[in-house]
Design a protein around this ligand. Structure first.
Ligand code: PMP
Length: 420
């Protein structure tokens, strides 16, 4: 096979703002947990469209349903009008996801992306409480729009747009100040410090595991204390499950293990099932005080996404789906711990759970070099963390053990070569 067309690649690099520097090739085909490029080279995908491809590339079942729908001239775009595809999705989401978990939420379509969901959550929290500030966390990531940026604990992302933590406060995350510091107590003291001019926030927004911020996992007890703090102080709790939701950690919602019931939940990425843009904001019924048309947007009626989204929910009818994710997560963790044992000089630790885990490297720039090497050997992986210090492992949830092990072997070899 010949080399990729460098002309096109040069153009991608020089004439458009694009994201191809980390993966310098031109992809042509994708199936399950694999991609292929122009030269016929095969890649294992440990990136899964940044979490948008939990059910794999071109999932055969979803593809068939999508083709059937298109061939039947189903409505493709319908703004906010009611369609059969939308109705089917809503019914299934209610029956397959909310009812078995005894969760009661109103479902809002806030726009096509994760940031749209975060925006609607922040706006609603402010409207419901009549307050303006929101607490976010160090290293949090909530999206690129101004509101979402204002709760994103990453100076680099905010700086260019001149977004200060204006209406927000970035609080230390669980474990951020070491195991001995109770960050909930810290937050409580802060909130109550009205003498210093601190005002009660409208909401606290949290990721149960910070995906972009370095696979920082909040403990179950911390999440429960956070919920209690919110209840005691009359603050709304927003869980941003855009990246960790839809099964990434093993359960459909990432907060299920903690048994908490957030006031508002943000979902996107894999909710569309097939990598199609879609987002949801789930709102406790008593908080739904939106007036008609108060938060709208053109692309809330992507019916192709409703079709694949409702078919993808079928995976959750079978308990085995969840169990298998957790089993594969355990295998992943064992393999990663072995790498830590082999390279204690390079690796600090392994973080995360389910199919969302990361290796924290001690040496600056190392995670990036290892991901680069892994790519040259046929593995797609991204880094995470403010200093890109974490190699992030996030394969499609449908990956089998053989694929997982094959990818991990490449990762290990890449580490060996860099360490040599
Ligand atoms: N919240 C979280 C936790 C995310 O990981 C992301 C995307 N990485 C977003 C929000 C923003 O989603 P989108 O890029 O679809 O706007």
């Amino acid at each position: 096979p010949s080399k990729p067309s460098l002309h096109i690649f040069d153009m991608l690099e020089s004439e458009v703002r694009s994201y191809c520097r980390s993966f310098p090739t031109i992809f042509t085909k994708a199936k399950g947990y694999k991609l292929w490029d122009q030269t016929g080279e095969e890649y294992i995908d440990f990136f899964a469209g940044a979490g948008a491809l939990n059910y794999g590339h071109n999932n055969a079942y979803l593809k068939e349903k999508l083709i059937q729908y298109i061939q039947g001239d189903g409505v493709t775009h319908s703004l906010d009008m009611a369609t059969e595809a939308k109705e089917q999705f809503l019914k299934r989401f209610q029956r397959i996801i909310l009812e078995p978990r005894r969760l009661s939420y109103k479902i809002q379509f806030p726009g096509p992306t994760g940031a749209n969901s975060v925006e609607s959550a922040l706006k609603l929290a402010r409207k419901v409480t009549g307050r303006s500030t929101v607490i976010g966390f160090t290293n949090a990531f909530h999206g690129m729009t101004l509101g979402a940026l204002s709760v994103t604990g990453n100076k680099f992302k905010r700086r260019g747009a001149g977004v200060p933590l204006h209406h927000t406060v970035s609080m230390p995350y669980d474990g951020y100040m070491g195991d001995g510091v109770d960050t909930i107590e810290y937050m409580k003291n802060y909130i109550q410090d009205t003498g210093s001019g601190v005002s009660l926030p409208a909401a606290i927004i949290v990721e149960t595991i910070q995906g972009e911020g370095g696979i920082n996992e909040a403990s179950i007890s911390w999440l429960r204390s956070l919920e209690t703090l919110c209840k005691e102080q009359g603050i709304l709790l927003i869980v941003d499950d855009v990246q960790m939701g839809c099964g990434r950690t093993g359960t459909f919602f990432s907060f299920e293990e903690a048994g908490i019931k957030p006031d508002i939940i943000c979902l996107s990425k894999s909710i569309g099932g097939y990598g199609l843009p879609m987002a949801l904001t789930l709102i406790k019924p008593e908080l739904d005080i939106w007036e008609p048309g108060e938060h709208n947007g053109t692309f809330r009626g992507n019916n192709l996404a409703f079709i694949t989204a409702s078919e993808a929910l079928r995976y959750w009818e079978n308990e085995q789906f969840s169990t298998r994710i957790m089993e594969k997560g355990k295998l992943l963790n064992i393999r990663l711990q072995e790498m830590v044992a082999s390279y204690p000089q390079l690796i600090g630790k392994v973080r995360g759970r389910g199919l969302m885990q990361g290796i924290v490297f001690e040496i600056s720039g190392l995670a990036e070099r290892i991901c680069e090497r892994a790519f040259s050997k046929g593995l797609i992986m991204e880094t995470s963390g403010t200093d890109s210090e974490v190699a992030k492992i996030m394969p499609p949830l449908i990956i089998d053990e053989a694929g997982l092990v094959q990818g991990l072997d490449i990762l290990r070899e890449s580490m060996e070569e860099i360490a040599a």
